[in-house]
Design a protein around this ligand. Structure first.
Ligand SMILES: C[S@@+](CC[C@H](N)C(=O)[O-])C[C@H]1O[C@@H](n2cnc3c(N)ncnc32)[C@H](O)[C@@H]1O
Length: 213
C-alpha cells in the first residue's frame, strides 16, 4: 500500500530491502513523534505522502552523490530518507546538521536501526562547513527562505572547488523567493513540480555566484 503510493507518485525504483528500511523508519518515526515534536502533528496521519515520498523525490532527482549535506534535518526529512536510499548504492554519505538535541537522538537511532549511510552533527548550521568541508549535493526543507538558504550553503556552493548542487522544497510562494534571491545571487535553476503538493516545487540550483554591486 505505502510502496504502491510511492511507486505511483514517483515511479519509485528501489529494492525490497530499501522499502523495508523506509517502512521501519516510518514505524520508528510514529513511535518517537508521540513524545517529541518531529513534524507538525496534523501531518503525521499522512506521513508517507507528506514526508517520506516528498523526501524520496529529491533522491530521484539527484545524481549519485559522494557527500550530501542536509541542514536543519529535524525528524529526518529529507536527510534520513536520502541516507536510506544511498545505503542501497553502497556509496555516498549524508551529513545531517541539527541543533536540537532531542531530534539528534532520534536521528541517530533512525540511522543506526536502518543501517543508513549518514551521521548526525549536533551543531549550529553556521559552524557546519568547518566540520564538513566538501559535498556534492545539498538539501534543506522547511528551514528558511531561499536567500537565507543560499547564505547558509554558500561555503559548499561558492568559491574554489565548491560546486555542490542544491535541492530545496518550496511552497506556493517560491517565485517571490526566487525574485528576492536573484537580487543578490546568480545561479542556474531548474524548477521541478512537486509530486505530492500541486502548488509546490523542488528547486534545483547549481553554479552559484554572488552579484557584485
Ligand atoms: C521546521 S524544521 C524542518 C525539519 C525537516 N527538515 C523537515 O522538513 O521536516 C527546521 C529544523 O532546523 C533546525 N534548525 C533551525 N535553525 C538551525 C540552526 N541555525 N542550526 C542547526 N539547526 C537549526 C531546527 O531545530 C529544526 O529541527
Amino acid at each position: 500500500m505505502k510502496t504502491s503510493l510511492a511507486e505511483s507518485l514517483i515511479g519509485l525504483r528501489v529494492s525490497r530491502e530499501t522499502v523495508e528500511k523506509l517502512e521501519h523508519f516510518g514505524a520508528l518515526f510514529q513511535k518517537w513523534a508521540k513524545s517529541i515534536n518531529l513534524v507538525a502533528p496534523s501531518t503525521i496521519e499522512d506521513l508517507w505522502r507528506r514526508h517520506i515520498v516528498d523526501s524520496l523525490q529529491i533522491f530521484q532527482l539527484s545524481p549519485a552523490p559522494k557527500a550530501w549535506v542536509d541542514l536543519g534535518s529535524g525528524g529526518g526529512f529529507p536527510g534520513v530518507i536520502t541516507a536510506i536510499c544511498l545505503s542501497e548504492l553502497g556509496d555516498g554519505w549524508v551529513h545531517l546538521v541539527e541543533s536540537n538535541n532531542k531530534k539528534c537522538a532520534f536521528l541517530r537511532v533512525a540511522l543506526n536501526e536502518t543501517g543508513a549511510r549518514g551521521s548526525v552533527h549536533p551543531i549550529r548550521i553556521e559552524n557546519a562547513s568547518a566540520i564538513i568541508p566538501r559535498c556534492d549535493a545539498i538539501s534543506a526543507r522547511a528551514l528558511a527562505d531561499l536567500s537565507q538558504l543560499l547564505d547558509y550553503f554558500a561555503p559548499w556552493m561558492l568559491g574554489e572547488g565548491a560546486n555542490a548542487v542544491a535541492f530545496f522544497h518550496k511552497g506556493r510562494d517560491y517565485q517571490q523567493e526566487i525574485d528576492k534571491a536573484v537580487s543578490r545571487f546568480q545561479f542556474d535553476l531548474v524548477k521541478h513540480a512537486s509530486v505530492v503538493e500541486p502548488d509546490s516545487v523542488v528547486l534545483e540550483i547549481a553554479n552559484l555566484s554572488r552579484r557584485t554591486k
